[in-house]
Design a protein around this ligand. Structure first.
Ligand code: APR
Ligand code: PHB
Length: 405
């Protein structure tokens, strides 16, 4: 059997195809990188382990920084986002029984856009398909070769037949569990990580959101988040034990627990309904350094993970591939390696600021089981300080809307 790509036909089983950049993974990082390169006339093939439908069935976060929106516009994938996305000028912090609004617009002159990562992925996939750019779904046994030399390649199996892609660079955009980071010898990499003693239990339901803006709640029973995907679809989370069994959480228990973590007016206004998705996500901070190994670059979750508080994961993937695409455009345009040499340090500088922010907001808003009464008082003092200080709120807002790049 052959795998056929626009302008690329691999007639022989076991034969090889050439491309400039092999992109591993068709999540947001791989897809956005693919379009940024395509727009600059650089040829790339995306190899994705899963099927298109599987990738589009994953429910992820949904807050886009304006930098992410700008990139989507730049590649021509912004139309539906602007038509259906919800611009948000602020969000609320709930603690001590009261909600405190963080006015992003007043504090930063900027806003965020609520648009599901799943929808953004769909838009990028549709665009890529309409432009005839090559994606191989269900590419099995992907293996990276010779990225420490001058002629890297990627082998994989498609429909049971071994295939090879020869390339100049490999972009590892295959997420935390991908093969790219795992292909690098441990001795060449430094890992920084922190676990948290809790997870998020999330529910998606076709009910109107309880409030037109997001509410991050940090009350005694633990963290809760009221979010949304649209005017008629809500996304809610409650902090749960790290080893919680989802079978113990029928919808009714979830809604009851959520109400207990909200202020009375919000709890009263909450509209509940059957869940259409329910899952538990662990919380983790993780960074692998560097983000370049010879002709292999890592981008997005392949290189770093943030806890979801603040919704930085997707936005970091976007800034990574912005830096990486610029570096590759310089390389192929001017044969200058200055950009690719600087990629890792440039990307990591922004990654670490988002790591700090996500860790800080997580630490501020969650109930830490081992925390002493002293720790709780410090959390509360910091929240009080935030709510009463424009300077503190501005620092939160500046990070929330996204540091510039
Ligand atoms: N071969 C090919 N593809 C692979 C392999 C592999 N060995 N391993 C993983 N993949 C694919 C996954 O199936 C997935 O579609 O790589 C893709 C990685 O996508 P994401 O996990 O979405 O990662 P990324 O594109 O970096 O996006 C970062 O999206 O996943 C969220 O929380 C994450 O919000 C963050 C953002
Ligand atoms: C979400 O809608 O899934 C979401 C929103 C904000 C966050 C995290 C997740 O900080």
């Amino acid at each position: 059997m052959l795998w056929q790509l626009a302008g690329k036909k691999n007639e022989l089983a076991g034969g090889s195809v050439r491309t400039q950049v092999a992109i591993i993974g068709s999540g947001p990082a791989g897809l956005l990188l693919g379009q940024l390169l395509h727009g600059a006339g650089i040829d790339a093939v995306i190899l994705e382990r899963q099927s298109r439908d599987y990738v589009l069935s994953r429910i992820r976060a949904g807050v886009l920084e304006d930098g992410t929106v700008r990139l989507l516009d730049a590649v021509g994938a912004g139309a539906r986002l602007h038509a259906e996305g919800l611009p948000h000028d602020g969000f609320e912090l709930l603690f001590g029984g009261r909600r405190h609004r963080i006015d992003l617009q007043r504090l930063t002159g900027r806003r965020v856009t609520i648009y599901g990562q799943t929808e953004m992925t769909r838009d990028l996939m549709d665009l890529r398909a309409s432009e005839g750019a090559a994606t191989v779904f269900e590419a099995k046994d992907v293996a990276l070769h010779d990225f420490d030399g001058s002629k890297p390649s990627v082998t994989f199996t498609k429909d049971g037949v071994a295939q090879r892609l020869d390339c100049e660079f490999i972009a590892g955009c295959d997420g935390y569990h991908g093969i790219s980071r795992a292909s690098v010898p441990g001795s060449a990499m430094q890992i920084f990580e922190r676990g948290y003693p809790f997870g998020w239990l999330g529910i998606l339901a076709d009910v109107p959101p309880v409030s037109h803006e997001l509410i991050y709640a940090g009350e005694e029973r633990g963290f809760a988040l009221c979010s949304m995907r649209s005017q008629s679809r809500s996304r809610y989370y409650v902090q749960c034990a790290a080893d919680e069994d989802i079978a113990n959480w029928p919808d009714e228990r979830f809604w009851d627990e959520l109400r207990l973590r909200l202020d009375p007016a919000t709890a009263e206004a909450l509209v509940t309904g059957p869940s259409i998705e329910k899952s538990i996500a662990p919380l983790r901070s993780f960074v692998a350094e560097p983000m370049r190994f010879g002709r292999l670059f890592l981008a997005g979750d392949a290189a770093h993970i943030v806890p979801p508080t603040g919704a930085k994961g997707l936005n970091l993937a976007a800034s990574d591939v912005h830096y990486l695409s610029q570096a590759l455009i310089d390389y192929f345009g001017e044969r200058s390696s200055a950009g690719i040499d600087a990629y890792s340090a440039k990307a990591l500088a922004r990654v670490w600021k988002a790591e700090r922010f996500s860790w800080w907001l997580t630490s501020l808003m969650h109930h830490f089981p081992q925390d002493s009464a002293f720790g709780r008082r410090i959390q509360r003092a910091e929240l009080d300080y935030l709510a009463g200080s424009d300077h503190a709120m501005a620092a939160l807002a500046e990070n929330y809307v996204g540091l510039p790049y």
